[in-house]
Design a binder for this molecule. Sequence first.
Ligand SMILES: Nc1ncnc2c1ncn2[C@@H]1O[C@H](COP(=O)(O)O)[C@@H](O)[C@H]1OP(=O)(O)O
Ligand SMILES: [Mg+2]
Ligand SMILES: [Mg+2]
Ligand SMILES: [Mg+2]
Length: 307
Amino acid sequence: MAQSSPLILRLAAFSINAANRAGKIIRDVWSQGELGIVDKGKNDLQTEADRSAQRCIIASLSRQFPNITIIGEEGSTNCEVPSDWLVTESDESLLQLNCPKELLSVSEKEVVVWVDPLDGTSEYTQGLLEHVTVLVGIAVGSKAVGGIIHQPYYGHASGAESLGRTLWGIKGIGVGGFTPILPPANQRIIATTRSHSNPLAEQAIEALKADKVLAVGGAGHKVMLLMEGKAHAYVFARGTTKRWDTCAPEAVLEAMGGRLTDMRGGQYEYDQNTIHENTGGVLATAKGEDHAWYIQNIPENVREALK
Ligand SMILES: Nc1ncnc2c1ncn2[C@@H]1O[C@H](COP(=O)(O)O)[C@@H](O)[C@H]1OP(=O)(O)O
Ligand SMILES: [Mg+2]
Ligand SMILES: [Mg+2]
Ligand SMILES: [Mg+2]
């Protein structure tokens, strides 16, 4: 790895390969057919794929970057992993990018990496494989600055021979791995949960009078819909996502001009001492300038409930 590249670029370049490796583990667990499902709470599933993908990512990242803080959804994990899960190479194409001045001299101690090894677990267990993503979010101080979103089953529905793709974004640099498309003007398409709704979350969606509501799984997947012009906003008026669900999606979306905040427009903090729950819900827009409209049109009782 080019040691001369700034840490943020080396970390993003390495995380792309780590997320790709985790995606292969997710496909392998699925095709072997033993999902090993555990319910961690209420409708809060974990499978062997979540556990193994997290071990792969954390073991690989912590060997390469021993002084960064890594927080993964599936708790502290045993870092002894099969040798073929250990990633050692990076996606070299990122190392040549121009790093913005404010990120040039970031040190490992300032970095927190938020890992969601498998986002969309509920959908994964039901075979809705295109809703699944692997999320690696990079925070400096309290800000989400970089994100990797790997979609292990991209191409599955169209019968593609080789599955998977990896999207990345770094604030101040831009995005890669896909072609950003703005959603159609004069329409309002809203993406929301398909497996974790409640009456308040439904009330928020109804109040926004969408032309179309897409109820799909995964925070990573919904933000991808915004980035590819398939939805204008992602609205989830419930405090049950966590920082690892939003760190990578926020960074990638904002690197291309979108926004992701709580339902009142407040930015989440991603430093190592922050709480994990996104208690204020999730509001993301493909065009950041639309954000204020959504905040204004979300009923006051919904915004109050999510303080
Ligand atoms: N009530 C909940 N319990 C557990 N996880 C949740 C809950 N609500 C949201 N999440 C997490 O946020 C993601 C986005 O929510 P949704 O898919 O409902 O829109 C889910 O895929 C899940 O992440 P994960 O699958 O990584 O556990
Ligand atoms: Mg989970
Ligand atoms: Mg998740
Ligand atoms: Mg997860």
